[in-house]
Write a protein that binds this ligand. Structure first.
Ligand SMILES: NC(=O)c1ccc[n+]([C@@H]2O[C@H](COP(=O)([O-])OP(=O)(O)OC[C@H]3O[C@@H](n4cnc5c(N)ncnc54)[C@H](O)[C@@H]3O)[C@@H](O)[C@H]2O)c1
Length: 269
């Protein structure tokens, strides 16, 4: 299926995890992919993986905490490849020490709150801004933001991360609404816990098990599970869908909180 043939697609945070998988899927579907990341070593690894599979990709340096860096990177892609059709705003500013400090609104330092908002919500807004500017020049495009289940339902931890993702949801709807008649669609994908490198060693195994227990599909999602949704939202196959937050969460947020315990209580599988 080459439903992204001829499209120029830029993906932030494409040196790892969900972004890398999305870059690979979009390239396999014919897109010319700009692999944008703050880490140029892993970005180049993604480019090489795509080249080995017969696709076309280029590494681009971006730091989503810097407006100047975002502007430069998006303008560079549009200039070098002649247009920007697809933008997946996937990178989040989530250093482990900052997320570990994101305990509750009493525990997180105000400085770290601001850093998460700057890196994640503000960074995504700025990527949308400069992406829209380029897309307007060629009649439109498709933007996909990476949200999270933590932006859909409240958790007792991670207030800054959750609020930044909830903000990304409204940003998504706002961009879709403001620029829909100019040919720009904007959607978000909201994953549950996904098996990315970030998980390795950082998340206690029992907590990972709890997350699997809450899914309706019975397994921990892979980066490719999310990438398939993003690539579809990027393509014209989803042309009548905009302003939506699509939950790629194995059904984790579709049910009552008692779901997992009730399954055991009633002896169901
Ligand atoms: N993994 C999960 O369980 C999960 C669940 C829901 C949502 N998400 C979201 O998915 C997105 C990708 O997460 P992932 O798990 O694939 O992460 P990851 O750590 O595997 O990859 C993140 C990538 O972003 C890059 N990056 C970090 N800071 C950056 C910056 N300032 N500018 C540009 N690039 C930067 C990193 O170098 C890395 O390549 C994030 O928005 C995250 O919040 C992840």
């Amino acid at each position: 299926m080459k439903n992204l043939a001829g499209k120029v697609a830029m993906i932030t945070g494409a040196g790892s995890g969900i972004g890398r998988a999305t870059a690979q899927v979009m390239a396999a579907r014919g897109a010319l992919v700009a692999v944008a990341d703050i880490n140029m070593i892993t970005a180049q690894e993604t480019v090489d993986l795509i080249a080995d599979a017969g696709g076309t990709a280029h590494a681009v340096s971006i730091d989503i905490t810097s407006e100047a860096a975002i502007k430069t990177a998006i303008e560079q892609v549009a200039h070098d490849f002649g247009r920007l059709d697809v933008l997946h705003n996937n990178a989040a500013f989530a250093p482990f020490d900052v997320i570990a400090n994101d305990t509750d609104i009493l525990g997180i330092t105000t400085e770290n709150w601001d850093r998460v908002m700057q890196g994640t919500l503000r960074g995504t807004m700025l990527c949308c801004r400069y992406g829209v500017i380029e897309m307007l020049k060629t009649g439109g495009g498709s933007i996909v933001n990476t949200s999270s289940m933590y932006g859909m339902s409240a958790f007792n931890l991670m207030p800054a991360y959750s609020v930044s993702k909830a903000g990304i949801n409204m940003l998504t709807q706002n961009v879709a609404t403001a620029f829909g008649r100019k040919g720009i669609r904007c959607n978000a994908v909201a994953p549950s816990m996904i098996h990315t490198p970030m998980l390795e060693g950082a998340i206690p195994a029992p907590f990972i098990e709890m997350n699997i227990d809450a899914t309706l599909v019975g397994y921990l999602g892979s980066p490719d599970d999310v990438a398939q949704v993003v690539a579809w939202l990027a393509s014209d196959d989803s042309r009548y869908i905009t302003g939506q937050i699509i939950r790629a969460d194995g059904g984790s947020t579709a049910h009552l909180p008692t779901y997992a315990d009730a399954r055991r209580f009633f002896g169901a599988v």
